[in-house]
Design a protein. Structure first.
Length: 208
C-alpha cells in the first residue's frame, strides 16, 4: 500500500526539492492533513507548509484542492491495481481481495474515509472526479477481467461481473465502516471471503 513517505535522515535537504520529490511531498502532505483535519480544513496553504513547498509549486501541478486530493487518493489506492498479464482468474481475485484487506486495515484508510464520506455526498464535482480518476481505473480492469473469465469458461455463464466486483470489495469495506460487533479481519479472511464468492461463480461441474 502506498503510504506517506518517511524521511530517512529526519531532515529534508536544504534547497528547492526536485520535481519528483516535490510531487511526492505534496501528495504525502495532502493525505496526512486530510486524515488529521478533514476535508474542509485541509487547505492549499496547509499542504504547502507541510510539504515545505511554495503554493505556486502546487498550482503548477493541480488547479484546485479537489484535484489534488483526488490524485493523492488515487496514489494511496494504487496497490489495488490488477497485475499485468493476468493468470489464473481465481489466483488474481485472491490477490485482489488481499490487497483490499491490506488497504482497509491501514488505520489511515479509516481516517481518510471519515474525512471523505460527507464531501462525496455534497460536492458533486469532487464526487465525479473521484469516480472517474480513483474508482473507474481500479474497477474497470477488474470488471473486464471478470467478463473475459466468463467468456473463456473460468466463471459461470450467468455470473454478473459488476455484481462480483461489488462482492470482492463490499464486505471488507463494510467491516471498515461498521466494525462494531463483527469479528476482526484476520489473515485468513481474504481466502475465506473468496471461497464464499467462488462457490457461486465457478463453472458448474458436469455430472458424469
Amino acid at each position: 500500500m502506498t503510504r506517506p513517505a518517511q524521511a530517512t535522515e529526519g531532515v529534508r535537504p536544504r534547497g528547492r526539492p526536485r520535481r519528483a520529490e516535490a510531487t511526492e511531498a505534496i501528495l504525502d502532505a495532502t493525505l496526512e492533513l486530510l486524515a488529521e483535519r478533514g476535508f474542509a480544513s485541509t487547505t492549499m496553504d496547509g499542504i504547502a507548509e507541510r510539504a515545505r513547498v511554495g503554493k505556486t509549486t502546487i498550482y503548477r501541478r493541480w488547479c484546485s484542492k479537489d484535484d489534488l486530493i483526488v490524485d493523492a487518493l488515487a496514489r494511496f489506492a494504487a496497490d489495488l491495481e490488477l497485475p499485468p498479464g493476468h493468470g489464473d482468474v481465481r489466483a488474481v481475485l485472491l490477490e485482489h481481495v488481499r490487497a483490499v484487506a491490506r488497504l482497509f486495515s491501514d488505520p489511515l484508510a479509516g481516517r481518510l474515509l471519515a474525512a471523505l464520506l460527507g464531501e462525496l455526498e455534497r460536492n458533486d464535482r469532487f464526487a465525479t472526479a473521484y469516480a472517474e480518476r480513483v474508482v473507474a481505473p481500479l474497477r474497470g480492469p477488474l470488471v473486464a477481467l471478470l467478463v473475459s473469465a466468463r467468456a473463456n469458461g473460468q466463471l459461470r455463464v450467468d455470473a454478473d461481473p459488476e455484481q462480483v466486483a461489488d462482492l470482492l470489495v463490499g464486505p471488507t469495506f463494510l467491516r471498515l465502516v461498521f466494525p462494531f460487533g463483527l469479528p476482526e479481519v484476520d489473515p485468513s479472511y481474504p481466502e475465506t471471503l473468496l471461497d464464499a464468492i467462488w462457490d457461486g461463480i465457478a463453472p458448474r461441474q458436469e455430472m458424469p
